[in-house]
Design a binder for this molecule. Structure first.
Ligand code: AMP
Ligand code: GLY
Length: 425
């Protein structure tokens, strides 16, 4: 289920599985259509999805994005006897409610920023006194990645709180979380779980800002690479023991077993790794780089999660670096220009994989049809090499109304060069 670059990467990987007989994508996109039969299904109409699954004898549903998870699609499918990869509505609160996750961290002793959760503007204002600038203010619910504001001054923080409670984020802002600011470098860690067993799925780092040098407004992600060398084996072991394992255990013990992929956004602080937030699905574009490295059978792994049979399995990743550069339509993350022509004819020779996100076919021609349009992905021995290959492929693409960052992977490229660099976010 889904239509982005993440879902193209998932479809591409699922299609390589020897156990796959037939792959449908709803709604899919022109890239996904190379791997799957695309069907028009309204994900909010659970009855229609169940009827489709019954009609086609679907053996596994993979839910790509967060919205259908938070909307309870997995519960509806499971109740109808359809195996599904993705958490229940209750478990998807780990992404759907920032306050839920903070409270869980407090109960389970998981390292994260100190916080106050409140649904009262008065209380929120008063709570600011317990924090220092910069103030981290979060709308509780899903806000398409825009629900977090880092306010430099008390006046800005008060104004932001008034906006949040005033409905600037819709229902997502009815509750607000105020957090202690954590300094450090950010990295992401992924793990599969069936609710009990947990299998690590590697690390990645992304680039959220739209402009080179990490400037300009936040986006869904302009590029990523995997692995993230800053997340050393030792740090990954700590993340598993101090963050992922207590989360999965507490969710299970409290009656909300989490099944699917846990995507932990981490801050690597002077006191060790701390949880920034959880996502209840793969990242976009982090998924694209993870799938480029995956050697295991994704169908088998996801079915094992769905059926509670993950124990004893493992995720095997190629010992190479994958890097993806997102090509977006001009205007993104504001209003993207639609309909711009895209020519991909010369890319294959560059040895890169182009995942489609917001693309469409118009009179047989590939055009832009969304904000993030392509994720141009390559592998190499290190970030420097993968970056060079990815940009060689980007330069072979003809997409006049598109743009991309030219510096994806800059922190690692600088470190690989051996230059000292300020890597704080
Ligand atoms: P989130 O949607 O919770 O991942 O937040 C978006 C971004 O805001 C993160 O990727 C961080 O860059 C930043 N952020 C969130 N919480 C904090 C925090 N407590 N301290 C510092 N930065 C944060
Ligand atoms: N790239 C960040 C996310 O998928 O949430």
């Amino acid at each position: 289920m889904g239509s982005g670059g993440r879902e193209h990467a998932l479809a591409w990987s699922l299609a390589q599985s020897p156990s796959l007989t037939k792959l449908y994508a709803a709604p899919g996109n022109p890239g996904i259509a190379e791997e799957a039969e695309c069907v028009a299904l309204d994900v909010t109409d659970h009855g229609a999805v169940i009827a489709f699954c019954a009609d086609k004898a679907i053996g596994l549903v993979v839910v790509g994005p967060e919205a259908p998870l938070v909307d309870g699609l997995s519960d509806s499918l499971r109740a109808a006897g359809v195996p599904v990869f993705g958490p229940s509505q209750a478990a998807a609160q780990l992404e759907g409610s920032k306050g839920f996750t903070k409270d869980l961290c407090a109960r389970a002793g998981i390292p994260t920023a100190g916080y106050v959760r409140t649904s009262s503007l008065e209380e929120a204002r008063a709570a600011l006194a317990r924090f220092a600038a910069p103030y981290v203010l979060k709308a509780d619910g899903l806000a398409a990645g825009k629900g977090v504001v880092i306010a430099e001054t008390l006046a800005d923080a008060e104004e932001t709180l008034a906006d949040m409670f005033g409905g600037a984020f819709g229902g997502a802002g009815a509750q607000v979380v105020i957090e202690e600011f954590m300094a450090g470098e950010e990295a992401s860690f992924f793990a599969l779980t069936d609710g009990t067993a947990i299998v690590p799925f590697g690390s990645a780092q992304d680039h959220k800002r739209v402009g080179d040098g990490d400037t300009g407004p936040n986006t869904g992600g302009m590029g990523a690479y995997s692995p993230a060398p800053v997340l050393t084996a030792e740090l990954q072991a700590r993340v598993m023991a101090e963050i992922i394992e207590p989360t999965v255990r507490t969710m299970r013990e409290e009656g909300n077993p989490y099944q699917g992929v846990l995507f932990a956004g981490l801050m690597l602080t002077a006191d060790g790794p701390k949880l920034i937030e959880y996502n209840a699905r793969f990242g976009d574009p982090e998924c694209q780089v993870l799938m480029m490295r995956l050697q295991s059978d994704l169908v088998a792994l996801m079915l094992a999660c769905a059926k509670g049979e993950l124990a004893g399995t493992e995720v095997s990743l190629r010992d190479a670096t994958a890097l993806t550069v997102v090509m977006a339509a001009k205007g993104y993350p504001g209003t993207p220009e639609k309909g711009g022509a895209i020519a991909l004819d010369n890319v294959e020779s560059e040895g890169a994989k182009v995942f489609h996100a917001g693309t469409a076919l118009k009179d047989g021609m590939l055009v832009a049809n969304g904000g993030r349009v392509l994720a141009v992905t390559a592998t190499g021995a290190n970030v420097t090499e993968a970056q060079a290959k990815a940009y060689a492929a980007v330069d072979a693409i003809d997409f006049a109304s598109g743009f991309c960052r030219r510096d994806i992977g800059w922190r690692e490229v600088a470190r690989e060069r051996g230059g000292a660099t300020d890597t704080s976010a």
